[in-house]
Design a protein around this ligand. Structure first.
Ligand SMILES: *Cc1c(COP(=O)(O)O)cnc(C)c1O
Length: 429
């Protein structure tokens, strides 16, 4: 049986199902695998679909778990949209991995839908609903709300920073009703994240509700992201006979953690380069060796405006010394002016329309000075979600994918709350 332990070492090992229902480990740490399974390039056949290869990559982590036999059904249900690799430049062996073809047009659909498929199976017939608290800098909340809307035995409460998400994101956060409620917090994303963590360790709230989280602190969000790193790296391995390196647009560092875990189990992944906006807590750690979280600063790549990234705790657990961490990852810092310039250049050079997060990664790639690929830039959101930024730079409106069409016709509602646990507890009712 595979078990998960806390990054802080103060919780007993838990199977996958228990870890995802709890969200956060009881000692306040984050769940990580106790042991690392191994996978070889031959374990996953070339002709498999994404859900099929995902089930193979994830199977060792669910060995002996209550959901183990349902894993193929779960990945089939959750990953019902494609993750195409689009080649940008054959000579440089450079591609983009498009992760924005899900229902809310951002990569968080992968994790959110997987978690929803798992939790609804686990909670069937439970005495009281599971209440999922989710802090969002923009995309997580929409993906989680979409994934859980109208599912039985689960309620979702989304906390987002008032006025700090894009108009399209705000509609995706607030349009649902039913079992989804949204709170506009008078503060930043870090306030939202702090409130969720505080709620978890609050005895009174724990007694009143069965609480869980759907942030990337929840293992059930992170593990499934390993699936497309697996599928993409194996496809490129077969094509080029070399390990693929990834540029990961990073905020809370969930995506980066999933990539590092995928490499850890043996998938053919080379370098991992993190692309940050000017919220540079992680790049500064790599540079100075000091961890200094700070308030987040608003940027064009708003889903990465994180000053105290939670998953750094998982990365530092995996790479306990600075030497190991620096060998494992590099990081680049990209400011708004460079993001704008890269959106323009991506359109002029490749005919691509990149969201600000994807453009941050594309800029980081150019600065990284990579020569021998294959290199993969992760495209984390559809440009249409950031129309206000992208359209003036490329001189036209990004095409609106079917998933986003009709978004603005829905009524939206959010309750405003102050950034305190008392205010949150009151609003939870
Ligand atoms: C969440 C998000 C990111 C950052 O991912 P992390 O796992 O938080 O580092 C990047 N781009 C987009 C579009 C996102 O929604």
């Amino acid at each position: 049986m595979t078990a998960f332990v806390s990054t802080r070492g103060g919780a007993s090992p838990a199977p996958f199902s228990v870890a995802i229902e709890q969200g956060l480990a009881p000692d306040g740490g984050l769940y990580v695998p106790q042991h690392w399974p191994g996978i070889t390039n031959e374990d996953i056949g070339a002709d498999l679909s994404l859900p099929e290869s995902a089930a193979l990559v994830l199977a060792p982590f669910l060995e002996g778990d209550a959901l183990s036999s349902e894993l193929p059904a779960i990945t089939a249900e959750a990953f019902d949209f494609p993750a195409p690799i689009v080649e940008l430049d054959a000579e440089r062996r450079l591609s983009v991995l498009e992760l924005f073809h899900g229902p809310t047009a951002a990569f968080k659909d992968f994790g959110a839908r997987f978690l929803a498929s798992c939790l609804t199976r686990l909670r069937k017939g439970a005495a009281r609903p599971l209440r999922i608290l989710v802090a969002t800098s923009g995309d997580t909340g929409g993906a989680v709300a979409a994934a859980f809307h109208n599912k039985p035995d689960v309620e979702v409460v989304v906390l987002f920073p008032k006025g700090l998400v894009s108009p399209a994101q705000e509609h995706q956060l607030t349009r649902w009703g039913g079992n989804v409620r949204s709170f506009a917090v008078r503060g930043t994303f870090d306030d939202c994240q702090r409130l969720v963590k505080a709620a978890f360790v609050d005895e009174r709230l724990r007694a009143r509700f069965d609480l869980s989280s759907a942030n990337s602190i929840n293992l059930g969000r992170l593990l499934p992201q390993m699936a497309y790193f697996g599928a993409a790296s194996l496809a490129l391995w077969r094509k080029h006979g070399a390990r693929a390196s990834f540029v990961v647009p990073s905020g809370n560092l969930g995506h980066a953690t999933a990539c590092a875990w995928a490499r850890k189990i043996g998938l053919p992944i080379g370098e991992i380069a993190l692309a940050h906006n000017i919220n540079r807590t992680m790049p500064d750690l790599l540079e100075t060796g000091e961890w200094r979280p700070r308030p987040s600063v608003a940027t064009l790549a708003s889903a990465m405006d994180v000053g105290d990234p939670s998953n750094a705790e998982r990365l530092r657990h995996l790479f306990p010394t600075m030497t190991e961490l620096r060998r494992a990852l590099t990081a680049h810092v990209v400011d708004d002016a460079a993001i704008r310039a890269r959106i323009k250049a991506g359109h002029a050079r490749y005919g691509q329309m990149w969201c600000p997060h994807t453009a941050t990664a594309a800029e980081a790639f150019e600065r990284h000075g990579a020569t021998s690929g294959p290199w993969v830039i992760l495209a984390t959101a559809h440009a249409a979600k950031f129309r206000e930024v992208v359209a003036p730079l490329v001189g036209q409106d990004p095409p609106v994918p079917p998933s986003l069409a009709g978004l603005f016709s829905r009524v939206s509602a959010a309750t405003e709350v102050n950034p305190t646990l008392e205010a949150l507890a009151g609003a939870l009712g």
